[in-house]
Design a protein around this ligand. Structure first.
Ligand SMILES: NC(=O)c1ccc[n+]([C@@H]2O[C@H](COP(=O)([O-])OP(=O)(O)OC[C@H]3O[C@@H](n4cnc5c(N)ncnc54)[C@H](OP(=O)(O)O)[C@@H]3O)[C@@H](O)[C@H]2O)c1
Length: 352
């Protein structure tokens, strides 16, 4: 095929993408709608799916009213090129075959397939090329806390291999979905009214508290969220790095923060690290302590980048460096990362 014909074919394909969002009513699903609305993403048709609970709900997208369809085991995905799924692991497992059997690429936000050998786990700034090897037509979007960390780690890994990472996270209520945000807002309202806060979503009252517990505990004393940071980081970075994490839920609505210590193979100076972060794709440095400037979730929600600041030498380790990272976990930690995967696959001609 002539190169010109190939480009024409790509363009034709590019402008005929049929997309689905599964879990459209959820926190991530709503973010998909808002990201796709503003991004120059080639959509001819968008189909929204949910459970029977949200079937029939209407959302406006690019001036058109879309009605949520109930996700069922039928041929609804026959002409769909890409399905962006964010409806929980159980739903993803149950509907994988229904979604992919006609060739649809499923970019999945749940933890259902992340560690499967035949499913690439992708953060485009780090390992986009892994998308080329997706025999099941499934690409997994990593855990939100891991995504923002590896975008920052990649900058350092480029200059010296990272051997160890210690990290403490400060995670927003919305990490637990739309109902997590609702519960936090309700608790603050109840406290102001002098009422006893309702606790359903989190293990304890989150308002006026911090909870050192995200996801369920595993046998080694770490939570699943903490083990995701260990295992997923190694898979995404193709690295033997060891990650020891403490994941903490804090009473804010949106954007996760992380305090990160890395140990590199050779000492990396603060200046070198700053230059590496400055150059890194998807990273923005805010690090001006003289003016009290550093990344904060309150001011960075709704933004696409991973923000890095407080870059310092580790006083306890000559090969250590420490910094602070903030990112909107519903955007870069979920919906935006999945859209970037889709964009990369379209650009590389990897969509059927
Ligand atoms: N929130 C985050 O920061 C974040 C970050 C990264 C990854 N994730 C992952 O993304 C997924 C969604 O999270 P979320 O925060 O958006 O949760 P959420 O706000 O609770 O939304 C869940 C969505 O899943 C849909 N759903 C549930 N069961 C379904 C079924 N059987 N069939 C079809 N749709 C079904 C719900 O639809 P109905 O309204 O019809 O029930 C809703 O749209 C989860 O796997 C989560 O782990 C979330």
């Amino acid at each position: 095929m002539q190169f010109r014909d190939f480009i024409q074919q790509c363009k034709t394909k590019y402008y005929h993408m049929k997309l689905a969002i599964v879990g459209a009513s959820g926190a991530v699903g709503q973010e998909f709608l808002s990201i796709l609305e503003t991004r120059d993403f080639p959509i001819d048709e968008l189909v929204l799916f949910g459970s029977a609970r949200s079937a029939g709900k209407k959302y406006t997208f690019r001036g058109k009213e879309l009605v949520v369809k109930e996700l069922q085991h039928n041929d609804d995905f026959k002409d769909i090129d890409i399905a962006l799924t964010s409806a929980g692991g159980g739903t993803s497992k149950e509907f994988e075959k229904t979604i992919t059997r006609h060739g649809t690429i499923m970019i999945d936000n749940s933890s259902a397939f992340r560690m499967d050998d035949d499913v690439p786990l992708v953060v485009p700034e780090v390992n986009a090329t892994d998308c080329a090897n997706a025999p099941r037509k499934v690409i997994a979007n990593p855990n939100c806390t891991t995504i923002q960390m590896v975008v920052a780690l990649k900058a350092i890994e480029n200059i010296s291999h990272i051997r160890k990472v210690h990290v403490s996270s400060y995670q927003a209520a919305s990490g637990a979905g739309a109902s997590g945000m609702d519960e936090l807002e309700k608790q603050f309202e109840q406290i102001v009214k002098g009422e006893k806060p309702t606790v359903e979503k989190f293990a304890h009252q989150l308002a006026m508290n911090v909870i050192p517990h995200v996801d369920v505990f595993t046998e080694n004393g770490y939570t699943k969220e903490e083990m995701k940071m260990f295992n997923e980081t190694r898979k995404i970075m193709h690295s033997d790095v060891q990650v020891s994490a403490t994941c903490v839920r804090i009473p804010i609505l949106r954007a996760h923060s992380e305090s990160i210590w890395v140990e590199t193979e050779r000492p990396v100076s603060v200046q070198e690290a700053r230059e590496a972060f400055d150059k890194a794709e998807g990273v923005e440095v805010i690090d001006n302590p003289d003016n009290n400037e550093y990344p904060m979730p309150l001011f960075l929600s709704g933004r696409d980048e991973v923000f890095v600041g407080r870059i310092r030498a580790d006083l306890a380790n000559p090969n250590g460096l420490t910094f602070w990272a903030v990112a909107d976990q519903i955007r870069k930690g979920a919906a935006l990362n999945a859209v970037q995967i889709a964009e990369y696959m379209i650009k590389e001609g990897l969509i059927k």
